[in-house]
Write a protein that binds this ligand. Structure first.
Ligand code: CP
Ligand code: NVA
Length: 300
């Protein structure tokens, strides 16, 4: 059987994704019940991070330990990757030692090249193009709070970035309607958007995008690697803050999500971030449970 990877949400079928979300909720309950569940005993996870991380790193490392396995953190600063060893060679070596590899990097084609050479599953821990693991946690969070995501109206406000692209793929795979509110010059990739068809609509007026939303998400205005564009972006995105005024045009029970880290006063007001409608801490926690379900799916 060819090895399965998780580079984007399109790598799993809608049925597999639905099962995975249900499993994440079950694993969360097992964890709360204090049940020892170690299907990944003696398995190892190599974690390659070329960008900073708090949630992704800790959730994968904690999750792997809880499942009975072991995770190792590899930074380019202290591996040969940082001294120019070819990515393909690193893939060949790591995948003969570890049972699974997660990678956080810049260009998406790097993770594709790595996966092509890998004998074991490769998981996208964020690239410039996608952040699929985050969407597993986000969907789990919505399902826990509202029961069902199919047919819901979801709004994503902000940059047409990796999070935006994964929201577009999630709309396809989990069958919800997505309204994007992005500045003209910061729209998502045209091909990714076109592939989603009519269930995804792009607006340049954020208030219009937020109309009737059951779930509003946003992300930072400047992603990792775009630090120099910060001032320019702050200007371009100034009307794209998720705030109380915007929540007022959404559904009265709309949930607010943010992959974090967040900047109160920029992409989200402090009031919304810390409101009763904000589920960002559940969302962050669910990275752990959703990725445990993913590791179990790919490795056992
Ligand atoms: N949301 C997310 O991926 O967070 P980290 O960058 O802290 O991993
Ligand atoms: N778009 C952000 C997400 C961080 C989790 C970034 O790529 O930096």
């Amino acid at each position: 059987m060819p090895v399965r990877h998780f580079l984007t949400l399109m790598d799993l079928s809608p049925a597999e994704l639905e099962t995975l979300i249900r499993r994440a909720i079950e694993l969360k309950q097992k964890h709360y019940d204090g049940e020892i569940f170690e299907p990944l005993r003696n398995k190892t996870l190599a974690m390659v991070f070329e960008k900073s991380s708090t949630r992704t790193r800790v959730s994968f490392e904690a999750g792997m330990a809880q499942l009975g396995g072991h995770a190792m953190f590899l930074s380019p600063r202290d591996t040969q990757l940082g001294r120019g060893e070819p990515l393909e060679d690193t893939a060949r070596v790591l995948s003969r030692m570890a049972d699974c590899v997660i990678i956080r990097t810049y260009e998406h084609d790097k993770i594709e090249r790595f996966a092509f050479e890998s004998r074991v599953p490769v998981i996208n821990a964020l690239t410039d193009l996608y952040h699929p693991c985050q969407l597993l946690a986000d969907v789990q969070t919505f399902v826990e709070h509202r029961g069902e995501v199919r047919g819901a109206t979801v709004t994503y406000i902000g940059d047409g970035n990796n999070m935006c692209h994964s929201y577009i793929n999630a709309a396809r795979q989990f069958d919800f309607n997505l309204r994007l509110g992005c500045p003209q010059d910061y729209a998502p990739d045209a091909d990714i958007l076109a592939a989603a068809g009519e269930r995804v609509q792009l607006f340049h007026d954020p208030m219009e995008a937020a109309q009737g939303a059951h779930w509003i998400a946003t992300d930072v205005w400047a992603s990792m690697g775009q630090e120099e564009e910060q001032a320019k972006r702050r200007e371009a995105f100034q009307d794209f803050q998720v705030n109380e005024e915007m929540l007022a045009v959404a559904d009265s029970e709309a949930l607010f999500m943010h992959c974090l880290p967040a900047h109160r006063g920029e992409e989200v007001s402090a009031g919304v971030m810390d409101s009763a409608q904000s589920v960002v801490w559940d969302e962050a926690e669910n990275r752990l449970h959703a990725q445990k379900a993913l590791l179990e799916f790919l490795l056992s």
